[in-house]
Design a protein around this ligand. Sequence first.
Ligand SMILES: [Zn+2]
Length: 199
Amino acid sequence: MRLPDPHPRLLKDLLEGEKFYPIYNVHPRWPIDIDYDVSDYGETWFAGLPRGQMWDSASWYEMPKQPRPIPEIIEETTKTWWPKYEHKGVPRGEPTIQVDFIRWETWCGGWFDHWTHDIGLDDQQVLHSFSRFVMRMEELNQREVKIVNGYRQEAYCLMGAEDRHRWFGRIKGKGDNDQTDPPCRCPCCKKRGIVNIGH
Ligand SMILES: [Zn+2]
């Protein structure tokens, strides 16, 4: 599958030595058995399911160094993520995994953090790169406002990264009182070959 071209704004914004990658959203959903009524929740919670079941789901971004065929990502998620996914004993059906190419970018969003591949940029370059990424996402949110059920929904949730004072790194990579100046180059990040910024 041919991917769309990167946004011209990204190409214009790139720093010396900076790289961009394909971002995919991975969205598995699966039916779970329930013993309560969800008919008030809205159709998307139970569409296509018999009474006594509703949809559960997960969603995250992936940013491989090179484009990957979507069926390959689906197969890998089914084989490696799904068997390990904690379901606390709730009876569940087989997952349907949807994978979408989102855009080309330099940073991948996680849960109140962002990461990028460590390609040898120094701390100043990494911070510079991230602040430009944040600016592009803020512009994207101004360009693409979505209204869902009457509420304004941002096209991209920065989870507080807009506020530079929130950015931090870690020393050991886990535990309390483990924050240091950004970016994060802790042993966990080193092992994964990434640089992280928490916020
Ligand atoms: Zn780290």
